[in-house]
Design a protein. Structure first.
Lengths: 357, 497
């Protein structure tokens, strides 16, 4: 601990003059990471809550741990490499912007850097990971002004970009998960490639994968989305800690259920049954970890309900009637674009106009 | 009568903090010198009627003005007036009478008080209350025919006595109402009923304090004008702006006072002072003050003379490197100048540790003793472990991430982060009034819960000032919608405390 303090002080000394002074945000971030703040309140209220953005974001990461560990077990420790690439290249963009703008480095990136790789297919080449995260952080977040000002979820922007650019890589090759013994903990990657995820099997042959397999992740899919039991636990943990608001996940899942139940009764060939819809693809991951991103979703309570219902409707719609098999990503990005509108509508209904002078 | 327990939307319950005052009451000596501000509690500043070198007695009225909305002020010690000068007392220049005491303990009883007289006419009761100084207590005072509040006593429809204890640190009710004092309290309620016969009295109590609720229920069962309201002890339940809507179901004219609605809100200590004045003829020269917070060596209650300098009260009791705050840890002012006195309104002195040390990997600690609105710390799983308060801001300033905690805790149903964003971007206009900027009661809860450590309350205050300075008048949006009482007096230059 004293050693770290010493190193940081030394770094401050070195960076205090010359060209290196640009990197002060980086050292500030390191200092903040290890030692927190020494500031005190100056006026009332004299005491403040212990929560800070670091703790807030770390809680999201803790909630993602079950899904992450399961993904390493299923797909080998190449997953760790993918996560590292995502953190490193995303981090470089974040730091570059902090240095150019002379602003502090924000912690929101810690979550983006982990969520993004979990959205990718396990066979994804590492350079595609780098391209995706760089694009996502750059155009999804930084160009809007950084944390708190972005309109779209940066991880999804990155994922959307590479899906559109490299459709063959992103949609056709899926890896069969390891299921026996130590699984992927001792293996780099697997050669067992399949072209079918549960959603593809439904779309092409109307085959429904057993629900238990879907729940524990015995199927192919994106890296982090298949261990649905862990995702549900992590999501409930997030809601319990109040880091994520319950309204969007609840209304999202509810509306996927209702819309697909209604749709399945009328168009059983086109629209999959409700439980299958919920347990396949990225609905759970999206509902608990991406639609709950507070920055890009509506902040009003009613707005959250509206967004959740809209998400469910769009997901079922895209899955059933479009060329894509999965619609979670598109529906969340679409909803992100609408959330300022939803908020201002809700506000104008909630707060009555007052008479002019 | 007991009603079903009630609560309000928003708020936050502060649970189990280190440094709660024990049920121990110590009577403090008489200080060598007292400084008596001539404006204490509700009312305008009153002119002194003593001169330097006059001999005064404890309980003698040293300042009064029967023409303005005010209440007399007494000397709290026997001694000689040393000087009368203006002192900056919490951002207000106020005339103060400085009295050197001779350390004798006898008290001069009130004029017109006759011992042991059973039936006292209402007029006499009001006079006793007025002369004792009790009528200036709490936000809007107790109405009497002597212009001690903004409305006459007949217009009072409800009296709310608050004893919820929703602040992180509260005066202990078991000290205030120990032993026979609970009967004094009932006596006080009866006096209030005699003075304000049209008013129903609501006792707002902590719903978890079952013993007290039951005891008071038994004692007040025969009085039909008393109703007991158990409430959830969420902060800021004790604010008038929150109490009145919760108990009476009325909309509150934010920015005005409960008295404008015909409601008088009093604390339990005030009702006990009512008893002292009427039944014992004692002027209001003593208060019970709780020493709260881990910055004190001992957390106890003290009975002190009004006007005692703070240094006299806290000497030898305060630890090093602490911050002393008056009355409320969330909204109170910092006491830097210990030579200032305490006045009639003081009920708590809170001392917490100044913590300007950084903690190694603070955000990864389990946090057994850390309090948080979220459940991200272990402390929320173990509510029995006492939490610690210090002045550290526990995190770096960051941009708002719309986590909505401030909206969830806001007791007056506004969206603080939205107002903050408009104000910092200097977009000032009617939309701020629409979004309820004038509803803010400055409870400070949004600042407390913010994970980005933004000073939201400060922005809201600034936005309000900017609105007012650019010509917006909040009364236009309140007065047409409410049937408010005592407005003329309100407009007559009385500033809200």
């Amino acid at each position: 601990m004293k050693l770290i303090k010493l190193v940081i002080n030394k770094l401050y000394q070195i960076s205090s003059k010359g060209k290196l002074s640009k990197f002060k945000p980086v050292i500030d971030a390191i200092d903040g990471f290890f030692f927190g703040t020494d500031k005190t309140t100056t006026s009332a209220p004299h005491v403040l809550d212990n929560i800070d953005i670091k703790r807030y974001m770390s809680t999201v990461i803790i909630a993602l741990i079950p899904a992450t560990i399961a993904s390493i077990y299923f797909y080998g420790f190449r997953v760790i490499l993918i996560i590292l690439v995502s953190y490193i290249f995303g981090g470089i963009v974040e730091v570059m912007f902090a240095v150019v703008r002379k602003k502090e480095i924000h912690e929101g990136f810690l979550v983006t850097g982990l969520i993004f790789p979990l959205l990718l297919p396990p066979t994804v080449p590492l350079w595609v990971v780098a391209v995706g995260i760089i694009f996502g952080v750059f155009f999804g977040k930084e160009v809007f002004g950084g944390t708190g000002r972005n309109i779209f979820n940066p991880a999804l922007v990155g994922r959307l970009f590479i899906t559109v650019c490299f459709p063959a890589i992103m949609t056709t090759q899926w890896q069969q998960p390891f299921l026996k013994g130590f699984g992927g903990f001792l293996k780099y990657t697997s050669d067992a490639i399949t072209s079918a995820t549960p959603l593809i099997s439904w779309k092409t042959q109307n085959v429904i994968t057993p629900y238990l397999d879907l729940l524990i992740g015995k199927t192919a899919g994106s890296i982090g989305e298949t261990f649905r039991l862990g995702i549900i636990l992590g999501g409930l943990f997030l809601i319990w800690t109040k880091v994520a608001n319950w309204r969007i996940p609840f209304s999202y899942i509810l509306s996927v259920f209702i819309f697909s139940a209604v749709g399945h009764t009328f168009l059983p060939q086109k629209i999959a049954p409700p439980l299958f819809q919920l347990l396949s693809g990225g609905v759970l991951f999206g509902a608990f970890f991406m639609a709950t991103d507070p920055v890009t979703t509506p902040f009003t309570k009613t707005g959250k309900w509206i967004a959740g219902i809209m998400l469910g409707f769009l997901t079922v719609l895209i899955r059933s009637f479009s060329g894509y098999v999965e619609g979670v990503m598109f529906s969340i990005v679409l909803m992100n674009a609408f959330s300022p509108l939803i908020d201002s509508l809700v506000l104008s209904v909630k707060y009555k106009p007052i008479p002019q002078r | 009568m007991i009603t079903k327990y009630k609560t309000f939307k928003g708020g936050y319950r502060f649970k189990n903090f280190e440094g709660q005052p024990e049920d121990k009451l110590i009577e403090l000596d008489i200080p060598q010198k007292v400084i008596i501000p001539l404006k204490q509690g509700f009312g305008t500043e009153v002119p002194p009627i003593v001169k330097p070198n006059d001999k005064v007695k404890a309980g003698q009225i040293i300042a009064r003005d029967d023409n303005s909305v005010s209440t007399p002020i007494h000397s709290s010690v026997n001694g000689t007036v040393e000087e009368i000068k203006r002192i900056n007392y919490f951002n207000q220049e106020i005339n103060c009478v400085i009295i050197k005491s001779d350390k004798t303990t006898d008290i001069q009883l009130l004029d017109g008080y006759t011992l042991g007289k059973k039936k006292v006419p209402v007029e006499k009761l009001e006079e006793l209350l007025y002369l004792s100084g009790v009528t200036s207590l709490d936000k809007e005072g107790i109405p009497t025919r002597f212009k001690s509040s903004i409305i006459p006593p007949q217009e009072v429809e409800s009296i709310i006595v608050r004893g919820i204890g929703s602040e992180p640190y509260n005066l202990s009710l078991s000290v205030l109402l120990s032993g026979k004092k609970i009967f004094n309290f009932i006596y006080g309620l009866r006096v209030l009923n005699a003075v304000m016969p049209n008013a129903k009295i609501y006792l707002a109590l902590n719903r978890y304090n079952k013993k007290l609720i039951e005891e008071l229920y038994k004692l007040t069962a025969e009085y039909r004008f008393v109703e007991i309201c158990p409430l959830e002890p969420k902060y800021p339940q004790e604010y008038d702006e929150v109490l009145v809507p919760t108990i009476l179901g009325k909309k509150f004219p934010y920015g005005y006072s409960a008295a404008n609605l015909g409601v008088v809100v009093l604390s339990i200590q005030t009702v006990l002072h009512v008893y002292d004045a009427v039944a014992e003829g004692k002027p209001l020269i003593e208060r019970i003050v709780a020493l709260c917070g881990s910055g004190f060596k001992e957390n106890i209650h003290l009975k002190v003379r009004i006007g005692s300098p703070v240094e006299f009260i806290v000497k030898d009791r305060l630890l090093d490197n602490t911050r002393l705050v008056l009355n409320s840890i969330l909204t109170g002012v910092t006491l830097n100048n210990f030579s200032l006195p305490i006045d009639r309104t003081c009920s708590q002195l809170i001392a917490i540790k100044e913590n300007n040390k950084s903690e190694f990997l603070a955000f990864l600690r389990p946090g057994l003793k850390k309090d948080s609105y979220t459940r991200t710390f272990l402390g929320s799983v173990f509510p029995n472990v006492k939490k610690i308060f210090d002045t550290n801001i526990h995190g770096e300033k960051r941009p708002c991430i719309f986590c909505n905690y401030c909206e969830e805790v806001c007791p007056v149903n506004i969206i603080p982060h939205l107002l903050h964003k408009y104000v910092v971007n200097n977009i000032i206009g009617i939309h701020l009034i629409k979004y309820g900027i004038f509803n803010c009661i400055e409870c400070g809860l949004c600042d407390y819960v913010c994970p980005s450590k933004i000073q939201i309350m400060e922005s809201i205050k600034q936005g309000r000032e900017k609105l007012i300075s650019s010509g917006w008048d909040r009364s236009l949006y309140i007065e047409p919608y409410f049937n408010l009482k005592g407005l003329e007096e309100y407009r007559g230059g009385i500033k809200k405390l």
